[in-house]
Design a protein around this ligand. Structure first.
Ligand code: FEO
Length: 399
């Protein structure tokens, strides 16, 4: 496995092949926690790893330079997938000073007893010479947390971008041109839709700021390093952060005795009938991870929400998905609610209220079926699907 980004700059992180749940984010392909070593007049490590992977991280560094020779440990972000190993690392690197911004120092002090840590806080734009190379710090608040920052090495055009441009993908490759590009961009989209999207505005500001830099390599804290496809990932981030939508309609539903599922099928038929060029997808929430639903929803322009009523509530997994989606603050969709019930259609009414709360626009009044959808109800589902499809078709901007 090649770990050299540039002469004397190496990847020293950890590949987590086994993780399948990253704080509820489904990771079927694992993850990496990237850390980088810069050997210059002074020696610096950029970010650490989860605490449980400290041994591997330390071994990777020690393969290049003794730990006591580390002068600086940069913490770009205090979340524990990167900062968790800091207490062990600073103990093992007795001569290291921690470089981070003031907000990060404050947050680290709330996670750990930082008494005795040598911490130097760095300002936005501050330059820090290592020898032939320079570290230049760029604060990027809320991409992903208030403390987040990038570290840039101008001599190499190398941007350590922390969570931004990352992907959860365990692989023995380290660079974008060593992996299938569509799959890599898809994993970057999964990451964006589940981690980054609530901070679209801050991403746009960060892209403007970063646009002033000469960027020849982007080394994120997760996944592969961008060196051959930088324009591709920057274009994706520009589109995702500006809420660009596609001709995509989702039917997201849960069902009890198949009635809501039958309605979902008829809505899908309506979408395809009215707008065969629309990408129509049906997602049964108890068989589709929320991570995947969110990924498909990121660029969807139209969404039908379906649920049976259980104990005067929408079905529990549908409620969980909508709770999750609400926090992600996607660009508004065209939407409507549907579902079956016995004696009260509380689930459908809750979803209809959710559409208002989310600020989405209602395409059709809620459609309710008592026990089994009648032919008349199914005809309404078909027609509502047609309207959903036509809205989805009209939503994509002209190329
Ligand atoms: Fe990879 Fe926000 O931590």
């Amino acid at each position: 496995m090649s770990t050299e980004l540039k002469p004397n700059i190496d990847w020293v992180g950890h590949v987590d092949w086994s993780i399948r749940d990253f704080h509820s984010y489904e990771t079927p392909r694992g993850a990496t926690y990237n850390s980088y070593l810069i050997r210059d007049g002074k020696t610096a490590v950029i970010d650490a790893v989860k605490w449980e992977f400290f041994d591997d991280f330390a071994r990777n560094i020690a393969g290049k330079v003794p730990l006591e020779k580390i002068d600086y440990l940069v913490c770009n972000h205090s979340e524990l997938d990167h900062a968790g190993a800091l207490p062990l690392a600073l103990k093992a690197m007795p001569n290291a000073t921690l470089l981070c911004n003031a907000k990060c120092a404050e947050m680290l002090g709330q996670y750990f007893d930082t008494t005795g840590w040598k911490i130097k806080t760095v300002a936005d734009g501050e330059k820090f010479p290592l020898g032939k190379r320079t570290l230049q710090f760029m604060h990027t608040p809320m991409v992903h947390w208030p403390d987040s920052m990038f570290t840039y090495v101008p001599e190499d055009g190398l941007l350590f971008s922390m969570d931004a441009f990352g992907q959860h993908l365990a692989t023995s490759a380290r660079f974008d041109d060593q992996h299938d590009l569509p799959e890599l961009l898809y994993e970057a989209q999964v990451y964006y839709a589940n981690i980054v999207v609530p901070y679209n505005k801050q991403v746009r500001l960060t892209l403007q700021k970063a646009g002033l830099l000469d960027i020849r390599m982007i080394a994120p804290s997760h996944g592969l390093i961008w060196r051959s496809h930088i324009p591709d990932i920057l274009a994706k981030y520009a589109a995702w952060s500006s809420g660009t939508l596609k001709k995509r309609a989702l039917i997201v539903f849960d069902t009890m005795w198949h009635s809501t599922e039958i309605m979902a099928g008829e809505i899908l038929r309506g979408v395809v009938d009215a707008a065969p060029d629309v990408d129509a997808r049906s997602m049964y929430v108890r068989k589709t991870p929320a991570t995947r639903i969110a990924t498909d929803m990121l660029e969807a322009s139209a969404v039908a929400l379906g649920s049976a009523t259980l104990n005067m509530q929408m079905m529990p997994q549908m409620a969980a998905v909508l709770n999750y989606v609400k926090g992600l603050k996607f660009a508004p969709k065209h939407a409507f609610a549907f579902g079956s019930c016995g004696w009260a259609a509380a689930g459908v009414e809750q979803m209809d209220c959710w559409i208002d709360d989310a600020g989405w626009s209602r395409v059709h009044e809620p459609i309710k079926a008592k026990y089994r959808p009648t032919a008349e109800v199914l005809a309404r589902c078909f027609e509502a699907g047609r309207q959903l499809g036509l809205k989805a078709r009209a939503s994509e901007p002209e190329a």
